[in-house]
Write a protein that binds this ligand. Structure first.
Ligand code: PLP
Length: 453
C-alpha cells in the first residue's frame, strides 16, 4: 500500500534509471534530510549513504560552508551568463583553480552542467579541432564495452552498456567500442594481468587499423570504470594503450567524472592509474554535488584549434545557458578550498587500507565472486558458483535483491551491470562508519544467500 506521498510521486514523476512498471507497485524511497554520511527517509529512518548519492556527495550531507557559499552568491548575483564576452568572479576563480590542480597540462576550462554534457562537449571539440587541423575524415571515437559516459545522444553512444542503447536507436555513427579491461571475466586461461593488458592494447590497435587510422580521432576512458561495475584495469594497461594512441595520433579523453577529486586517494584518478589524457571531463565531486556543474579541461593544442575555427567562423558556436553558473561555480570554488584545507585526499589515502581489507574480506562470502576496487570505490560481483564464476540468471536480479536487503539494513548501495553491487561512500566517511557499512553489507549478503538457496 503506497503512502500518500508515494502515490503522488508515481502519478507525476518519471524516475531516471528505474523500472517504470515496478515502481508503480513499490513506490519510491522518499528521503528528507541528510547529516554527515547519513540520509533519513520521511519516517525518520537513517541510512548510511554508501554511494554518496550517485558517486558525488564527497563532503557528505550537511556542509554549512557550501550552503553559505551558495546563499552568499545568490544574494550577490544569482545569475549572469558567460556568453559573448561576459564573465564573473566565481567562474574565473574556479577555472584558475582547476588549471592549477590538473594532472596534465591544461590551457582552458569550459563549463557544463553535468558529466554527460562534458563528454558531449568533448566529442564536439574533437571534431571541431580536427576540422581546424585540416583532417575532416579523422572523426571516429573509440570507447570501451561497459564504459559509462552519460546519457545524451553523443555521451550515451560513448557509453558501452546495452541498456543505454537498446530501443533508443544508439549508438550513433562513428562510435566504436573496444574490449573492457576486466581481468576477472575476460582473461584467458593462464593469461597474466600483464599479458591481458598487452592483448587489450593489441585489440585497440587492430580496431584502429581496421577502421583506418586516418578516420580515428579519439579514445575515451574512465581511469576506473564506475557504472559498468567498478572495473580497475591491470597496472600496465594505460601505458600500453597510450603507446597505441600515440602511434596513430589518436587524442585521449579522460573521463574523471567519478574519479576526479580524491576518489582513488589522489586529486585525479589519472595520477593513480598512470593515465595521461589530453583532455579531461569532470563533474560530481567538483561541487560535492551541492550544485550541478561539470567541465572540460582543454589542452593548448585543442584551444589553438578552437581559436582557428572561431576566427574562421566568427564565433565559437557552443555553450549552455548555465555554463559556469555563478552559484554552482561559487560552491565548486568552496568545495576545492575545503578539499585543500581539510587535506581530504590525504585523509582518503589514510582510510584506504581499512577499506581495502574490508572489501577483500568479502571474497570469503559464498556469494561473492570478485570484490574489486581502488581507493574508496568498490564493486562486489555476485556469482552462483565461485569456482566456475558462473553467473546467476539475470532474471533473478540477485544484486538488486542484495541492494534491497541493504536498504532494510539501513544502507544505500546500488546494483549495476553484471550482478555487481557498488560502493562509493562520501570521502568524509569515518573509520567506524566504514566498518558499519561493511557490517551492514555482510548482513545483507547473508540474507541474499538465504534467499538464493
Ligand atoms: N561519466 C562518468 C564516468 C559517470 O560516472 C557519469 C555519471 O555517473 C557521467 C559521465 C555522466 O554524468 P551526468 O550523470 O552528470 O550526466
Amino acid at each position: 500500500m503506497l503512502t500518500n506521498l508515494q502515490a503522488r510521486d508515481v502519478e507525476t514523476l518519471v524516475h531516471p534509471y528505474t523500472n517504470l512498471v515496478a515502481i508503480r507497485e513499490t513506490g519510491p524511497l522518499i528521503l528528507e534530510r541528510g547529516q554527515g554520511v547519513w540520509v533519513h527517509d520521511v519516517d525518520g529512518k537513517p541510512y548510511l549513504e554508501g554511494m554518496a548519492g550517485l558517486w558525488c556527495t564527497a563532503l557528505g550531507y550537511n556542509n554549512e560552508e557550501l550552503v553559505d557559499a551558495a546563499a552568499t552568491q545568490m544574494r550577490k548575483l544569482p545569475f549572469t551568463h558567460i556568453f559573448g564576452g561576459k564573465s564573473h568572479d566565481p567562474a574565473i576563480e574556479l577555472a584558475e583553480k582547476l588549471k592549477e590542480m590538473a594532472p596534465v597540462p591544461i590551457s582552458k576550462v569550459f563549463f557544463t552542467n553535468s558529466g554527460s554534457e562534458a563528454n558531449d562537449t568533448q566529442m564536439k571539440l574533437v571534431w571541431y579541432m580536427n576540422n581546424a587541423l585540416g583532417r575532416p575524415k579523422k572523426k571516429k571515437i573509440i570507447s570501451r564495452m561497459r564504459a559509462y559516459h552519460g546519457v545524451t545522444i553523443a555521451s550515451a553512444s560513448l557509453t558501452g552498456l546495452a541498456g543505454n542503447h537498446n530501443d533508443f536507436d544508439l549508438p550513433i555513427a562513428g562510435v566504436r567500442h573496444t574490449t573492457c579491461p576486466h581481468y576477472y571475466r575476460l582473461a584467458e586461461a593462464g593469461e597474466s594481468e600483464e599479458e591481458f593488458a598487452t592483448r587489450l592494447a593489441a585489440d585497440l590497435e587492430a580496431l584502429i587499423i581496421a577502421e583506418g587510422p586516418e578516420t580515428v580521432a579519439a579514445f575515451i576512458a574512465e581511469p576506473v570504470m564506475g557504472a559498468g561495475g567498478v572495473i580497475v584495469p591491470p597496472k600496465t594497461y594505460y601505458p600500453k594503450i597510450q603507446a597505441v594512441l600515440k602511434k596513430y595520433d589518436v587524442f585521449f579523453i579522460g573521463d574523471e567524472v567519478i574519479t576526479g577529486f580524491g576518489r582513488l586517494g589522489t586529486a585525479f584518478g589519472s595520477e593513480a592509474m598512470e593515465m595521461q589524457p589530453d583532455s579531461i571531463s569532470i563533474a560530481k565531486a567538483l561541487s560535492s554535488a551541492y550544485q550541478p556543474i561539470g567541465a572540460v579541461m582543454i589542452p593548448e593544442l585543442m584551444y589553438e584549434a578552437m581559436l582557428t575555427e572561431s576566427s574562421k567562423l566568427g564565433n565559437f558556436g557552443h555553450g549552455y545557458t548555465y555554463s559556469g553558473h555563478p552559484v554552482a561555480a561559487a560552491v565548486a570554488v568552496k568545495t576545492l578550498e575545503i578539499y585543500e584545507r581539510e587535506r581530504i585526499f590525504e585523509r582518503v589515502r589514510a582510510k584506504i587500507p581499512q577499506f581495502d581489507a574490508r572489501r577483500a574480506a568479502l571474497e570469503d562470502h559464498p556469494l561473492v565472486g570478485e570484490a574489486r576496487g581502488k581507493g574508496l570505490v568498490a564493486g562486489i560481483e555476485l556469482v552462483a558458483d565461485k569456482k566456475t564464476k558462473h553467473q546467476f540468471d539475470p532474471k533473478l536480479g540477485m544484486a538488486a535483491k542484495c541492494v534491497a536487503f541493504c536498504q532494510q539494513e539501513g544502507l544505500i548501495l546500488r546494483n549495476v551491470f553484471g550482478d555487481a553491487v557498488t560502493i562509493c561512500p562520501p570521502l568524509v566517511i569515518s573509520p567506524a562508519e566504514i566498518d558499519e557499512l561493511f557490517d551492514r553489507l555482510t548482513r545483507a549478503l547473508d540474507k541474499t544467500l538465504d534467499y538464493a538457496v
